[in-house]
Unconditional design. Structure first.
Length: 217
C-alpha cells in the first residue's frame, strides 16, 4: 500500500520519502526540512501514527493525512487531537486521495505574505503579528488579547483542527484552571466581531475543536 501510494504521488508530480515504521518516519521528517505534507498510517511498528503526529506537531504545522484501515469514530477523533488535518479510511479512491493531497498543499501554502512572514492574509483578513493588529477588508478590528491569539493560532495553520484542550494550553497556559467553555465563549465573540468572515471561515469540528477554512476548497 505504501509503495502504491508513492507511485501515484510520483505520477502526479510529487517527490516522496518512504518510511517502513513510525520511528523511521520521525527520523525522516527530522532529516528532511523541506517536507510539505505527511501521509501516515495509525498501526505502524515501533511508533504508532498518533505518536508520529504528536511528535511532528511539536516542531511543525505541516499538513498531515492519516490513511488507515481503522474507521471508528474514536480513531478519527484521536487522529485529529494528535494533530492530523485529514482522515482517510481504506479502501479509498486513489484519484480522490490525490485531490485531497493537492487541496491540503494548496491550503497550507501562500498564506503568509511573501514580503513579510509576520503578516498573514486570508480572504480579505490581514493579521499583522508584530503590530498586534487585525484588519478585515481594510477596516481595523478591536480584538482582545486572547481573541487575537486564538485567531493568529488558527490562521497560522489553516485547515488544521485544534482541540479545545490544545488551545487552552497554548493560549491560556497549562496552569489555567478553567474549562473548555472558555475557548467556546472567546471564539463566539471572535466570530461576532469578524461578521460574515467569521461565520464562513471559523468552523467548529463537532466533538474535536475548531479550524479556519480558506474559501474555494
Amino acid at each position: 500500500m505504501r509503495r502504491l501510494v508513492c507511485d501515484f504521488l510520483k505520477n502526479s508530480g510529487h517527490e516522496t520519502i518512504e518510511a517502513a515504521d513510525g520511528r523511521q518516519a520521525i527520523d525522516a521528517f527530522a532529516a528532511n526540512k523541506g517536507i510539505d505534507l505527511v501521509v501516515c498510517d495509525i498501526m505502524m511498528p515501533e511508533v504508532d501514527g498518533w505518536e508520529v503526529c504528536k511528535t511532528i506537531r511539536e516542531t511543525s504545522s505541516v499538513p498531515i493525512i492519516v490513511l488507515t484501515a481503522r474507521s471508528q469514530e474514536f480513531d478519527e477523533l484521536v487522529s485529529f487531537e494528535s494533530g492530523a488535518d485529514d482522515f482517510i479510511t481504506k479502501p479509498f479512491s486513489m484519484p480522490v486521495f490525490i485531490k485531497r493531497v493537492e487541496a491540503l498543499l494548496k491550503r497550507s501554502g501562500a498564506v503568509r505574505e511573501e514580503s513579510s512572514p509576520d503578516i498573514i492574509s486570508i480572504d480579505g483578513l490581514r493579521i499583522n503579528i508584530p503590530a498586534h493588529e487585525v484588519s478585515l477588508d481594510g477596516r481595523v478590528l478591536d480584538l482582545k488579547i486572547k481573541e487575537f491569539s486564538l485567531l493568529e493560532k488558527l490562521a497560522s495553520n489553516p485547515g488544521r483542527t485544534f482541540s479545545r484542550e490544545v488551545l487552552l494550553d497554548e493560549i491560556w497556559g497549562v496552569d489555567f484552571y478553567g474549562d473548555s467553555r472558555t475557548v467556546d465563549s472567546h471564539l463566539a465573540r471572535l466570530r461576532t466581531k469578524l461578521g460574515v468572515w467569521g461565520e464562513t471561515h471559523i468552523k467548529t469540528v463537532f466533538g474535536v475543536g475548531y479550524k479556519i477554512e480558506v474559501s474555494g476548497e
